[in-house]
Ligand binder design. Structure first.
Ligand code: SF4
Length: 491
């Protein structure tokens, strides 16, 4: 059989996976006052890799904060940084970022942290979130002569900061942030001062930790665990933490707003070993599975998760339903950028590169297949077919979140409303499209009931259509650019 050397099929596979999930946004990390600040930041980014795989970067300061040293590139943390590159990032303070493009396209000049030189000195910014009025502010600034070097909305913050008349960099940042709306969990390094901020609604997580007398800030606590830091607390919504010479000063300069922490962080984005606002992600997911089992029981022989997103909810479902749990789908974790694709087509070749069914576990069985969400249904359809081909007698799909009928405007990469399968189709139509014997989604009430244990306000707009921060009509949804290009290539 002749073979061609191609990465097209694998890229298509990666795109299909994205289309079946809302995509992680970004992760930020900072180390302040540590002799190996850049190396600590590198490790922190390693733990946050699940939040963004397109590009990453670290900025460190030396020379009393006057010099910024930068290394940014497209790719994974393990590919971008080496002993040699880290040695070129000296100093006791550093911030880092992993990025999956939300606002702005996928290109190196959008890689963060952003660096800017202002009349008050150099600043570096790493931002997780999405600003809903960035496009309008950008147009306004451009009409007054501002030149933007990236297409990412985070640069708007840097431009506003550079124009502020306030004296200190932290006052300038507060001034800039009081003009933007939407989601921002971010760190800024200005000289030897570190500033960490969460937006007043608290959409995205941000945690504070201590390591050998130094301060560390991370999007998720799993990054603190990796470096052996103690978790002090999470930043409050609207809090600005200014760390100077090892001392932290906490400010609440913004108007108080209702808290709207992203519930999807618990459902899919965050790592299960992270604690968000004091709540363990793993336990939350398992509880969703339990509620799902009570809402959508079905006679079956085995509960199978779609790896890795459905793992924990499937476990909760299986325990509640008292049906055996089996990892009957095996996922290849070593799929890289290129592989050799046979010229002659093989049935379900694409999906089999990543997943394969263990025939012995599903043959002649009624299978309950659990996933965390269905965005477009592309991969799930293939997995249902794969289970049938492996001999499953019935495939019942259960989803541990309600139908995703709306896009996210607060820092998550999503298709447009029209591209979401749940916007276009009823549950029964979706069942037919994915080829399942039955389909059951967690109800919005079920999700909210589980969310009541969180003791903080949540955003569930992509399920409920109740958007807590108005989008306005000026936004052309730039964060969707990647999905749009994917669509065009696929179809
Ligand atoms: S709409 Fe709300 S719940 Fe949905 S992904 Fe965005 S922030 Fe999270």
């Amino acid at each position: 059989m002749s073979c061609k050397f191609s990465d097209e099929a694998l890229q298509r596979l990666a795109r299909e996976h994205r289309q079946d999930h809302f995509h992680d946004e970004c992760g930020v990390f900072a180390a302040h006052g540590h002799p190996e600040a850049a190396k600590i930041t590198y490790l922190g980014l390693y733990a946050l890799q699940h939040r963004g795989q397109e590009s990453c970067g670290i900025v460190s300061t030396a020379g009393g904060g006057r010099e910024h040293h930068v290394h940014r590139a497209m790719g994974l943390v393990s590919d971008v940084f080496s002993e040699k590159t880290l040695d070129k990032l000296p100093g006791r303070h550093a911030i880092g970022h992993v990025r999956y493009s939300t606002a702005g396209g996928s290109q190196i000049n959008n890689a963060q942290p952003f660096c800017a030189t202002t009349d008050a000195g150099p600043v570096a910014i790493a931002h997780n979130g999405n600003l809903v009025n960035a496009f309008r502010i950008r147009k306004e600034l451009e009409s007054r002569g501002a030149i933007f070097s990236t297409t990412a909305d985070s640069e708007v913050i840097a431009q506003l900061l550079a124009r502020s008349r306030e004296r200190s960099q932290e006052e300038r940042l507060i001034d800039a942030l009081s003009r933007v709306k939407g989601a921002f969990s971010m760190v800024m390094m200005a000289g030897d001062v570190l500033v960490a901020v969460r937006d007043p609604h608290g959409f995205r997580p941000l945690s504070l930790g201590r390591l050998e007398g130094s301060w560390v800030v991370a999007s998720e606590t799993c990054a603190l665990d990796l470096i052996g830091a103690t978790h002090e607390r999470d930043l409050e919504p609207g809090e600005v933490a200014v760390i100077r010479r090892g001392r932290l000063r906490s400010l609440q300069p913004f108007r108080k707003e209702a808290e709207h922490f992203c519930i999807f962080e618990y459902i899919y984005f965050a790592r299960p070993d992270s604690n968000l606002n004091g709540n363990n992600v793993y336990s939350f997911r398992k509880e969703l599975g339990r509620i799902l089992a009570r809402e959508h029981p079905v006679a079956a022989d085995v509960v199978v998760p779609v790896l890795d997103s459905g793992n924990t909810a499937a476990l909760g479902y299986a325990e509640e339903a008292e049906i055996p749990y089996e990892q009957a789908l095996i996922r290849n974790h070593y799929v890289r950028r290129t592989f050799i694709e046979p010229a002659q087509s093989i049935r379900h070749f694409g999906v089999k590169v990543k997943h394969n069914a263990v025939k012995e576990l599903v043959q002649g069985k009624r299978v309950i297949l659990v996933d965390d969400s269905i965005v477009r249904g592309t991969t799930l359809t293939k997995i249902v077919n794969m289970l049938r081909a492996a001999g499953a007698r019935a495939v019942h799909v259960r989803v541990s979140s309600p139908p995703t009928g709306g896009p996210c405007h607060y820092g998550i990469d999503t298709p447009t409303r029209e591209e979401l399968i749940a916007h276009e189709h009823s549950v029964d139509e979706i069942r037919e499209l994915i080829g399942a014997d039955s389909l059951g989604y967690l109800s919005l009430n079920g999700l909210r009931h589980c969310g009541e244990t969180l003791k903080h306000g949540s955003c569930d707009a992509c399920f409920s259509n109740e958007y807590p921060v108005a989008i306005g009509d000026e936004e052309p949804r730039p964060q969707l650019s990647l999905f749009r290009s994917v669509e065009a290539e696929d179809d």
